[in-house]
Ligand binder design. Structure first.
Ligand SMILES: C[S@@+](CC[C@H](N)C(=O)[O-])C[C@H]1O[C@@H](n2cnc3c(N)ncnc32)[C@H](O)[C@@H]1O
Length: 301
């Protein structure tokens, strides 16, 4: 990440969540009405345009499939992964988990959009420059609509925003000072972040996460990053070059065995490990050509 600028990829994935919020069922997997309002306005235009034609199945299908071909499935991948993580989180909360830590939260709005979190203490951890952007954006929205959009953020369980650079700062110290209770089970989300970090930062974060996790705590983290299609070498270079030009190079695209070994080394037991294709099969009617990009591991301490 460029240290003085908010993450661009955080806005891009929020824009994709905004797009799928305007889709009809069954594509509308994790409705996030705040997403279109949090991203820089040009990125909200596709969602706003889709809202105008959402009643037309042909238009919706063209956007879903056409964009899927153009961006190798990244559009539906984000919608699917967010829903898969929401479901894993709901299950943990139903089992009594009372703390949620969102690592590299970006423009994640779970604290505001999931009613199941009403009694859960949420910690949003992120790089200081991305977090600053989000706080300023929420404040500006609150000013413009009298607090309507952001009021649920002030929920009973509480919401703390914790600035941490995973490459430099101590996650444990920052969380403990923000009120995290290591004696109580927590659910950790690390969605679309690890790939941008060095291997050392991934290992250190997993180690500290495990050390702060009471028995029964779970982590849901995504990893990987390249589409599971036969890409010519130039296309792979193009994708990596695009992320580099955004200031967020792909640093550590781990394979399944690599991530499972890191989780085991940190003291987590993997409960499930799924890909885009698995979620599409679960949430959508059968469709051909689903491209898998990342995987999601859910693991328990
Ligand atoms: C693709 S975005 C994902 C955001 C969010 N998890 C989501 O899925 O909407 C990547 C996130 O990783 C965060 N990030 C990248 N490098 C980081 C670092 N060194 N320390 C803390 N956060 C970092 C960015 O600030 C950004 O919020």
């Amino acid at each position: 990440m460029r240290s003085q600028r908010p993450s661009v990829t955080a806005s891009l994935v929020a824009a994709l969540r905004a797009l799928y919020t305007e889709m009809p069922e069954p594509y509308r997997l994790a409705p996030d009405p705040l997403a279109a309002r949090l991203v820089p306005w040009p990125l909200s235009l596709p969602a706003r345009a889709l809202a105008l034609v959402a009643g037309s199945p042909a238009a919706v299908s063209a956007v879903h499939r056409g964009l899927g071909l153009a961006v190798l499935g990244l559009n539906y991948h984000v919608a699917l992964r967010t829903r898969a993580i929401d479901d894993a989180l709901r299950e943990a909360v139903a089992r009594g988990t009372s703390q949620l830590v969102v690592l590299g939260a970006g423009l994640d709005s779970r604290a505001m959009r999931l009613p199941e979190l009403a009694g859960v203490q949420v910690f949003e951890v992120d790089h200081p420059s991305t977090q600053r952007y989000k706080i300023e954006r929420l404040a500006s929205l609150a000013r413009s609509d009298g607090g309507g959009a952001t009021a649920p953020a002030l929920k009973a369980g509480g919401l703390a925003r914790v600035p941490v650079d995973f490459e430099r700062d101590r996650l444990d110290e920052a969380l403990l000072s923000a009120g995290f209770r290591p004696s109580e089970p927590a659910f950790w989300i690390w969605e679309g972040v690890a790939v941008y970090l060095t291997r050392e930062a991934i290992e250190a974060t997993l180690r500290l996460t495990a050390a702060l996790s009471a028995p029964g705590s779970r982590i849901a983290l995504t990893y990987g990053m390249l589409p599971d299609v036969d890409l010519p070498a130039w296309a792979e270079l193009l994708i990596k070059g695009m992320f580099r030009s955004l200031g967020e190079p792909v640093r550590t695209p781990l394979a399944r065995e690599g991530m499972q070994a890191l989780l085991a080394h940190a003291g987590f037991r993997v409960l499930s490990d799924e890909s885009t294709a698995d979620w599409a099969a679960r949430y959508w009617p059968p469709q051909r050509g689903i491209v898998a990009i990342e995987r999601l591991a859910v693991a328990e301490r």
